[in-house]
Write a protein that binds this ligand. Structure first.
Ligand code: RAT
Ligand code: ZN
Length: 414
């Protein structure tokens, strides 16, 4: 039995020693060259920090975009890290990364950091970053309609070295949210061939808060038509899930570019319709609005083909992660995926997973304390089983279900 006063330390230790599968990032394997972002200049010009820059500096967006990447990074460092204390989640993250990499996080200029990153060999650096972050592998976001990315697949597929650490996911935003000339039949063939080529572990799309399924004019709704006639059948054929990231309001302030998106509450009856009408599909779902979180848990209780995941983007702050994770544990036990990093710059996985573990430790410890109060104390093995499920196997089971699923029968209980 674990003494009550060491419970949180045991939970923290189990969290620290369980390797995560980071199921949604914007990172790229080294074979993708300059698409893969890393290093101090990219860490500082992360769009979460760009949004914060404009709140503390008089610079106007058009003046900022006229600067080089290094000049932008210098300005963000000066504004958010020297003239102000870096206390926001995104700013504190940069400090944690520098510290974990053994650097003094209080330099006045970026030169010492630039020197450090210049000396790194990328392959070794990736291995060190994954080890510091406690992650086994990451899932990339791969868009075959991205003219910069698609030609690079030729060399990547022939280089199997990185497949174990960088899985692919087939992103559908361009296909579904922007104009594309494909008929549903063509789109289905296109998706099946790309998903096979990429060995995609799932397909994914982000959807606005206004997403409606079925739409009032369902027959003329191009996105819904492509969903029902191309995406969902392709996912069924390939036996992979579809990830829906619902509630993003793109470009409410276009002057901020990538930092110009916001969030909105969605009508999750659309999700209800999808889960009910397509029982042969599995859905991974994240919702961006805090107000949608409880409903998402309710729907997960109704539909076993729905897997809630992550505390996405504006929700990835300790106070909100704590609230959402508590709610999920209370309503779903361990049948959800608590977090993904959404990292865009390699080293971010260090701080994002550090923060996730730090927030999860007291939440899980409290859950076990309540259980002990009610009559059942947990062992370290019990905790390990839960954390493995949350950090790994819920995702693994959802993306690569065993080829011969054990069909449930009353006899299997005997
Ligand atoms: O969190 C982010 O970086 C956003 O800009 C989005 O990329 C979001 O995560 C998405 O995948 O659409
Ligand atoms: Zn993302």
């Amino acid at each position: 039995m674990i003494p009550p006063d060491t419970l949180e330390a045991v939970v923290a230790d189990v969290l620290a020693s369980t390797q995560v599968i980071d199921m949604h990032t914007h990172l790229f394997a080294p074979g993708f060259g300059s698409l893969g972002l890393w290093g101090i200049d990219h860490l500082l010009t992360y769009h979460y920090l760009e949004a914060e820059l404009f709140r503390s500096s008089p610079i106007r967006p058009e003046q900022y975009w006229a600067l080089s990447t290094a000049q932008r990074a210098d300005l963000i460092w000066k504004t958010l890290f020297v003239e102000n204390n870096p206390i926001s989640e995104a700013a504190r993250g940069v400090i944690a990364v520098l510290h974990e990499l053994g650097l003094d996080a209080s330099a006045r200029t970026l030169e010492p950091y630039r020197d450090f990153f210049r000396e790194q060999n990328l392959t070794d650096h990736i291995a060190r970053v994954f080890q510091l972050a406690g992650i086994e592998s990451v899932v990339m976001t791969n868009d075959p309609l991205d003219p910069e990315e698609s030609p690079l697949w030729d060399s990547f597929t022939s280089d199997p070295r990185f497949h174990a650490s960088f899985h692919a996911s087939l992103r559908l935003d361009r296909l579904l949210n922007q104009e594309s000339a494909y008929t549903p039949a063509e789109a289905r063939r296109f998706l099946e061939s790309w998903a096979t080529r990429m060995r995609a572990v799932y397909m994914a799309v982000s959807l606005p808060d206004s997403f409606q399924f079925p739409a009032p004019d369902q027959k003329r709704d191009r996105r819904n038509q492509l969903l029902t006639e191309a995406v969902l059948p392709a996912c069924r054929d390939l036996n992979i899930p579809l990830s829906l990231m619902i509630g993003v309001r793109r470009q409410v302030n276009p002057a901020l570019r990538l930092a110009g998106d916001a969030s909105g509450r969605a009508d999750l009856r659309s999700l209800e319709a999808l889960c009910r009408d397509f029982p042969g599909n599995r859905f991974l779902v994240s919702v961006l609005s805090r107000e949608n979180q409880h409903e998402l848990c309710v729907y997960a209780r109704k539909f076993s083909n729905l897997m809630p995941f992550g505390c996405w983007w504006f929700l990835n702050n300790p106070s909100t992660v704590e609230e959402i994770t508590r709610e999920r544990l209370e309503m779903l036990g361990t049948s959800f995926i608590p977090q993904h990093s959404d990292a865009r710059i390699l080293e971010q996985v260090i701080y994002k997973w550090r923060n996730t573990r730090r927030t999860l430790a007291p939440v899980l410890a409290k859950t076990y304390r309540l259980l002990a109060d009610d009559g059942r104390a947990v062992t370290r093995d019990d905790i390990e089983r839960d954390v493995r499920r949350l950090f790994r196997t819920n995702f693994e089971d959802w993306t690569s279900p065993s080829p011969n699923p054990t069909v449930w029968s009353p006899a299997s209980l005997a």
